[in-house]
Design a protein around this ligand. Sequence first.
Ligand code: NAD
Length: 509
Amino acid sequence: MNHQTELARLSGTVYRDGRHIPSTSNRRKAVLDPATARQIGEFADVDPHEVDETVESANRAQQEWWSLSALERAEALHKVAERTRHLSPAVAELLTRETGKPYKESADELMWTATAIDYYAELGRHSMGTVLGPSVAGQLHYTLKEPMGTVVVILPANYPILLFIWEAAAALAAGNSVIVKPSEWATLTTLKFMEVFDGLPAGLVQCLTGGGDVGARLVSHAGTHMVGFTGSINTGRAIARACADQFKPYLIEASGNDAFIVMPSAPIATAARAATFAAFFNCGQVCTSGERFFVHEDVYDEFLRLFVAEASRLRIGSGLDQVDVGPMEHAGERARVEKVLERAVEQGAEIVLGGARPDDLPEHLSEGFFFEPTILVNVTPEMEILQAEIFGPLAPIVKVSSLDEAIALTNRSDFGLGATIYTKDAEEIFRATNEIVSGMVWVNAPILDNDAGPFGGRKMSGVGRQLGAEGLETFRHTKLVLVDPAASEHDFWWFPYPDAESWKNETAS
Ligand code: NAD
């Protein structure tokens, strides 16, 4: 099937009860290719009754799923991983067409998706609780791990498949059902990806399309039991508040403005390549992008020269061509980033590379949402560009005179997602990994993830963890069970209380 037929087939559908069906809603939004700004499809803003019916199916399917053995669930999830690998080229192509990222990045995203599913397939059956040392001899005290029920997953567009699966694979392995509300800018790709779940009980994984109102309805629905959210702080806050009304558990993965520190002992050419990748990977639209570069004065000039040289070699264009950097997700995001840049320049920052929309692209890309990789100097910690999240291809550099200063500036932020340091000095590594207030620290290894290691932030970057064993616990309840196999009399604390243990009034004589 060519991509046009495929996009037309997916347009206006939802994935419910194991198949794509047309939404009943006639509220539709256009889907644009960010490289060309041309419409490639549309999606529906679903009706309230579709939310209600989907939640009902999800709860039914969850009972069926939880009644299987842990081994059967593991085998079914491995098949989902296999199917992910099989469908990867088709999904990756749509991912590039809908979000603009270079095809290699889309294909990598699908590959990481498959490994995360395989990881959770096994982890889900590894342990269903713990046996405790009993507090009463002869008894059996243990915990049981149980699913939450129906988990709602709400997502942004920058890694729509990977971020979905980091939560969905863990939620499924824990015995839950899942309803995903994809980003408005990655809806058709997510709908296509739903085909990997075709072999699971109908209704176990479902996809409802639309904007924030659909997400809000799922969050506050009495039939959903947990929310996994990835996106901006404001939405995360609204979701946390809505969950609080029902004491519904939530995972919030929000924004970051990660520091990237370069110290004199670092291999500076490598650090410059790494900085280029950290700043401009996925056009800077990564929650863990390098967004605040703190470079030691002893290597500042050399680093800047090499960073500019590396970044100026990046090829910009359609993600389906041989390029390194594609367009931004949509026109609104580019306009927002342009404002951040304008304000930084007003406040005294100087552009040493980029700073504009590219003007040398082929005619058919002339309306695309491209922006040049941009490097800024003369940046000071007070500037707004260092306070807020950039989430675009801008790299502001600050010269520092010591590790103390770099760490203090790193921690001078409302966010606490990740941070990178380039150094070969053991003491600096030790200090940075201990003193930086964040969920993750990378030493000479920016942006890497590990399915087996917890991912998440501190401060305004979020609450809770995905990935790793902690990421499975996020989607499980713990039940404490205490068993007295002999059903004995618990005289050590039951009625009637012995007179000998009642209060003695020592002051009465
Ligand atoms: P956003 O908050 O605008 O939207 C995210 C999702 O929330 C969308 O699907 C949207 O429709 C939905 N939504 C909006 N209002 C809602 C409401 N009231 N109730 C329920 N759902 C609602 O975020 P965005 O701009 O699409 O994404 C970019 C942000 O995501 C950046 O800040 C980035 O740092 C962050 N992000 C964080 C991580 C992480 O793991 N910490 C990963 C990727 C992206």
